[in-house]
Write a protein that binds this ligand. Structure first.
Ligand code: 5GP
Ligand code: MG
Ligand code: MG
Length: 194
């Protein structure tokens, strides 16, 4: 199948440039899938995907996992339609599975400030899982200021807004097969605007 892989995209009036290619992403996820399969051999882990952003990452990750496993989802919202976090976590959908005595792997698209992950780890921790691990495709380590546990990271990225591969900007851009980063406007462009 030929995927749509432009070098630049314009979403909601902002210009983005490719940062991680489809191939780089797939290669890394394959390694993560192998690592998880090794670490959770005979534990039948349950992946808990954080909607909406993590759905594509989780779908690809699970197909590189070679051991028995299950999946469920919850839904959080912290960005609204903006490019900076609202600083509040809202839960829009509950986990349906019973996680007591299960080996749980939380799956996120990106850990930015760490607020959402902190909320999730505390919440799932209260459900008495046998173990709780965290995997994120992207980590903005410079921006993370909440004390969070992260066991597996796909890529460390700079503190800039990204989209594609499940991640949105005001709900658009999730369909892109690659990860794109916001092109910073030159000072001259910013000034001439107003
Ligand atoms: P945190 O709670 O760690 O600050 O942010 C977590 C959530 O904010 C992520 O799961 C993701 O949905 C959203 N987010 C953080 N940084 C970015 C980004 O650069 N691009 C997009 N599209 N979403 C982001
Ligand atoms: Mg997310
Ligand atoms: Mg979002």
């Amino acid at each position: 199948m030929d995927l749509y892989q432009p070098e630049y995209v314009n979403i909601n009036g902002e210009q983005f440039r490719v940062y991680l290619t489809h191939e780089e992403i797939q290669q890394r996820i394959r390694q993560l899938g192998e690592k998880v399969s090794h670490d959770f051999y005979d534990k039948k882990p349950i992946f808990i995907g954080v909607l909406n952003g993590a759905y594509i990452f989780l779908a690809d990750l699970m197909r590189y996992v070679t051991i028995p496993c299950e999946v469920d989802f919850l839904k959080l919202s912290s960005y609204g339609d903006e490019k900076v976090s609202s600083g509040q976590v809202r839960q829009l959908k509950e986990i349906d599975a019973n996680l007591k005595d299960r080996h749980v792997i939380l799956v996120e698209d990106i850990v930015d400030t760490g607020l959402s992950m902190k909320y999730l780890v505390e919440k799932v921790g209260r459900m008495n899982p046998a173990s709780l691990s965290v995997i994120t495709m992207l980590h903005k380590s410079e921006a993370t200021h909440h004390d969070v546990q992260i066991d597996y990271v796909g890529f460390k990225i700079p503190d800039l807004f990204v989209l594609g591969y499940g991640l949105d900007y005001a709900q658009e851009g999730r369909n892109l097969a690659q990860i794109y980063i916001l092109q910073e406007k030159k000072k001259s462009e910013k000034k001439t605007k107003s």
